[in-house]
Design a binder for this molecule. Structure first.
Ligand code: CTP
Length: 319
């Protein structure tokens, strides 16, 4: 008789600040190297000591990492360096077989490799780092997008600001774009991020979450500034979430009757916390409301793009 083998447990650690699809893609690849993926989220103190303050707190980073579909367990307040002591904890307490990191060098302040020990004992494996995105890049994009804050228009929600941003924001955005968004997801990558169980769960009413992701122009028209991440990047981020079954890539601002029929939508939900719209008088949910299939859900956290941008700008020097 064949003996039932113990599952292979792999460990990946990181700061996972301003969670992006590069992180999601790293965790996806790590999960493929084993059966169960344990993720160590590095503590605020360790990040401060090794690379400067994170934008998101331990609690926020933990929430984001736990929501990714490839993550089975999380270890909060992980150390930045794989020390001998922590490595033994991973092997003995968490039954970890391999420690995994991207193929980019991860150095300690003294220039030594943070994974040297794991490599030495032959328990290290590597995944391919995703080009074109990093937490540092995102901070840069945010600083460029919200640069007009200095001119006193952080909210960027009035019509006047829309005009201002369309003029002055354009060059900076194109500059950022030329530097950073040479990234295009293939249909294969989108499939890798998807559940693949769409049809099965679709049959169970209310057990299927379809997320509409607006296109870049729609956001620019409504908010007055361009989105920090373009449509494809935002699509992958949403698909990486374990609660999401399917995404409408480039959903219209208003939920139409046609959409509701086409996608067989039984309930439309929206959170209580929103980034204000610069276009007044149009209710994007008028149709589902009139059909009695609209519901507001309480947002668990007050965090928004602007509030994250505010943190970064207020601490500009530190990042
Ligand atoms: N990672 C990746 N591709 C990226 C960014 C990160 O594969 N574009 C991987 C890293 O190699 C690491 C894990 O994600 O294994 C966690 O990375 P993290 O500690 O958050 O930091 P960085 O490598 O510095 O990533 P970033 O620059 O985005 O902060």
């Amino acid at each position: 008789k064949k003996e039932r083998k113990r599952p292979v447990r792999v460990y990946m650690d990181g700061c996972f600040d301003l969670m992006h699809y590069g992180h999601a893609n790293a965790l996806r690849q790590a999960k493929l190297l084993g059966d169960q993926l344990v993720v160590g989220v590095v503590s605020d103190e360790e990040i401060v000591a090794n690379k400067g303050p994170p934008v998101l707190s331990m609690e926020e980073r933990l929430t984001l990492v736990s929501g990714l579909k490839w993550v089975d367990e999380v270890i909060p307040n992980a150390p930045y360096e794989i020390t001998e002591e922590f490595m033994n904890t991973l092997f003995n307490k968490y039954n970890i077989d391999y420690i995994i990191h991207g193929d980019d060098p991860c150095l300690l302040p003294d220039g030594t490799d943070a994974y040297a020990l794991a490599k030495k004992v032959g328990r290290y494996k590597q995944i391919k780092r995703t080009e074109g995105v990093s937490s540092t890049d995102i901070v840069g994009r945010i600083l460029l997008t919200f640069k007009q804050k200095e001119a006193g228009s952080m909210e960027a929600t009035t019509d006047a600001n829309v005009a201002v941003n369309q003029n002055t924001g354009a060059d900076t955005y194109d500059k950022v774009k030329s530097q950073l968004s040479n990234f295009l997801p293939t249909s294969r990558r989108i499939m890798q991020f998807s559940n693949g169980q769409i049809l099965r769960s679709a049959r169970q009413l209310g057990d299927f979450l379809l997320v509409g992701v607006h296109d870049d122009q729609a956001i620019r028209d409504r908010r007055g500034y361009r989105p920090i991440m373009h449509l494809h990047e935002r699509t992958l981020s949403v698909l990486a979430c374990r609660y999401v079954d399917e995404v409408i890539i480039g959903a219209p601002w208003e939920v139409s009757r046609d959409m509701i029929t086409t996608f067989n939508i039984s309930l439309v939900v929206h959170g209580t916390v929103t980034e204000g719209s610069s276009v007044v008088g149009i209710d994007p949910y008028a149709v589902p409301k009139s059909m009695g299939i609209f519901q507001t859900i309480t947002s668990p956290k007050p965090i928004t793009t602007v509030s994250v941008a505010t943190r970064i700008i207020d601490n500009h020097e530190a990042y």
